[in-house]
Each structure stands twice: as C-alpha cells, then as structure tokens.
Ligand binder design. Structure first.
Ligand code: E4P
Length: 228
C-alpha cells in the first residue's frame, strides 16, 4: 500500500519524507488555506521534496476554467496529479486530462456509483472520503470494500485512495481490502509507528544491553553527523 500525507505543511512533508516511507502528498483548497502560502510556489516546492505523486486541486467548478487550471497545474512538475471534484464537469475534465496522459485524482467520492464513473473517466486515483461518511453515521470502510470489489470485477485500473482518514484502523482496513493508497494526516501517519509495547520492550533491551558494558561499533568508527 502506498502512503500519501494529507497536508500542505512543507515542514511536516519534509520531516515525513525523511522516513523514506512517503509515496506522495495530497493537498486540497482547505489545506492550502491553512498553510497560508501561495498555491503555485507551494506545489512546486512540495513536488521538489517528494518524488512521488502530489495532488493539486483545481479551484473552479465550471468545465472551461477547470480544464485550463488543470492543464496549468500539470505543467508545474512531472509528479503533479490534478485533483478534480466528482461532478459531471469534473469528470469531463478528468477524461480530457487523462486522455492526454495527465494523472488525475477524482476527489469527494461518496458512493460506488460515483467511483465507477471516475474509473470510466480514466482517473488515476479515486478518493472516497471515509471519515466524512463515518461522521454522518454511514460506513466509510464499507464503501472502500464495495469499490475495491467492483474495480476487481470490472478490471478497472483506477487506484482506490482511502481519504479523509481519521485513525490508524482506517489505514489497516483499507490495506486489508486491497486499496492501493491511503492519504493520511501527519499526526495519524506518526501514530502508525507507535505501540506502547514497542516502547516498553525497547527500554528493557536498552537497559539490559547497558548492563553488559559492551559496544557493537569498534572504537575507530566515527559517529555520523547528526542533523542541526
Ligand atoms: C483527500 O485528498 C482530502 O484532502 C482529505 O482526505 C479530506 O479529509 P478531511 O475529511 O479530513 O478534510
């Protein structure tokens, strides 16, 4: 499963990219507004940090402006995926851009019927928002399950990108169901590493190792420089 981070915060992206486990980034207009930065230089900067796919969302809702915005966003870097909303005009833009070889992420997907349309429009990714469905008492992961089944049955190539992730179980369940990608807020991505028994076990190993008085590295090995 690929991990994208769902943020427009460059410091967070830089930090998480250093783990070597980050496959891409998703942004949206709300995240860009929160960053307080100018959108176009921001996307260029993010694309320079992460070699994987970076989703940049159009701002317009009409076909004519969306297609122009999408074509422009695609020129910013090779790893841009143009993000379009799951509307008739958005899917028309998706079809036009994907036919020309541009990666497209169809966002704001809330039903399997919408996901079928996104795949037919040639989307590289479809983004079902599981957390927002859970928030209104619906079954976000149930939607992921159904879309994965449909795409498998129909041999549809669009990747299922689990979006609006609220906790690590959304990621784990998505992986079990065969979703190819999860886009995860930075704090939840960090939670994926954590388990109290890992911390407890490591503290015990460190304490027991110190009792041996041994060192693994011979004296002549110089320490690596640490980050400032
Ligand atoms: C997906 O690409 C969206 O940016 C995101 O996952 C939305 O999540 P939210 O419901 O937490 O805003």
């Amino acid at each position: 499963m690929k991990f994208f981070v769902d943020t427009a915060d460059v410091n967070e992206i830089r930090d998480l990219a250093e783990t070597g486990l980050l496959d891409g980034v998703t942004t949206n207009p709300s995240l860009v507004a929160k960053s307080g930065k100018d959108f176009i230089p921001l996307i260029r900067e993010i694309c320079g940090i992460v070699p994987g796919t970076v989703s940049a969302e159009v701002a317009a809702t009409d076909y004519e402006t969306m297609i122009q915005e999408g074509r422009y966003l695609a020129t910013l870097a090779k790893n841009v995926a143009v993000k379009v909303p799951l509307t008739p005009a958005g899917l028309k833009v998706c079809k036009a851009l994907s036919s020309g070889g541009t990666m497209v992420n169809v966002t704001l997907c809330f039903s399997s019927a919408q996901a079928i349309l996104a795949a037919k429009a040639g989307a590289t990714f479809v983004s079902p928002f599981v957390g927002r469905l859970d928030d209104i008492g619906e079954d976000g992961m149930g939607l992921i399950k159904e879309i994965c089944e449909i795409y498998r049955a129909q041999n549809m190539k669009t990747e299922v990108l689990v979006a609006s992730v609220r906790h690590p179980r959304h990621v784990v369940e998505g992986a079990k169901l065969g979703a190819q990608v999860a886009t995860v807020p930075p704090a939840i991505l960090r939670q994926l590493f954590a388990h109290p028994l890992t911390d407890k076990g490591l503290a015990q190993f460190v304490a027991d190792w110190q009792k041996t008085g041994q060192k693994i590295l011979p004296a002549e090995v110089q320490p690596l420089k640490t980050r400032a």
